[in-house]
Design a binder for this molecule. Sequence first.
Ligand code: NAD
Length: 236
Amino acid sequence: MSVKTVIVTGGSSGIGLSISELLIKEQYNVIILDLITPNKCDAIFFKCDITNETEVVTTFQTILKQHSTIYGVINNAGIICDKMIWKMTSEEFDKVINVNLKGTWLVCRESAKIMRQQNYGRIINISSRAWLGNPGQTNYSASKAGIIGLSRALALELGKYNVSVNVIAPGLIDTPLTQSLSPEVRQKLINLQPQKNIGKPEDVAQAVSFLLNEKTNFINGQLLYVDGGRSIGLSI
Ligand code: NAD
């Protein structure tokens, strides 16, 4: 295979942008699907709302026509809408589940149709350390736990087609998403880190690059934390 095409959802900002930039440097042909256009990035861009089934299906058809094969798909688009459950509306629950879980599932389904035919492919889904549970994030934690179950099932379905499916669970990473938190909340979260620091989007991008590499094709159905050790638990 010559140039490998990789799709990155939510690639216009934060972690997704960093993934896209690193993969471009590594000579992948990067296609970003996002609601907003990326600034200063050489990736091909498609405006696509991953919660919109028609948009996802037609975008994948167009990409396939233009590029004929898809080597990898990184499901990175995600949102938060944090509130204690007693203040959360069912619309706020649905909104987060729709983007983070249903959107990821839709993109996985369209990717699976193509990769099964090709008899190769890599799917990497971005979950979160918060799947373990975070107060104020019943919607987000549920969506990110769902991504892990979905990925494990998909790894079993696609294994015989030479397609691997893995999950990355970032911890606290410095992006527009976490920059929107109040300075007090941000500091509180940093204090909970074993290394007392916040990760960089590039830390997650490096893990994506590792899992995309042809040399790591025996890693399948796994969950890789990129969280400075927070998932170990401070009680240990
Ligand atoms: P971000 O807000 O900087 O970027 C998210 C991108 O997703 C944006 O470009 C946004 O436009 C896009 N997006 C949102 N809804 C979309 C939709 N319906 N269709 C297409 N694109 C959509 O966020 P980030 O911090 O870079 O987060 C990226 C991923 O990493 C998310 O899945 C997030 O849950 C996960 N994550 C982030 C952290 C962190 O600390 N930043 C920690 C763990 C997991």
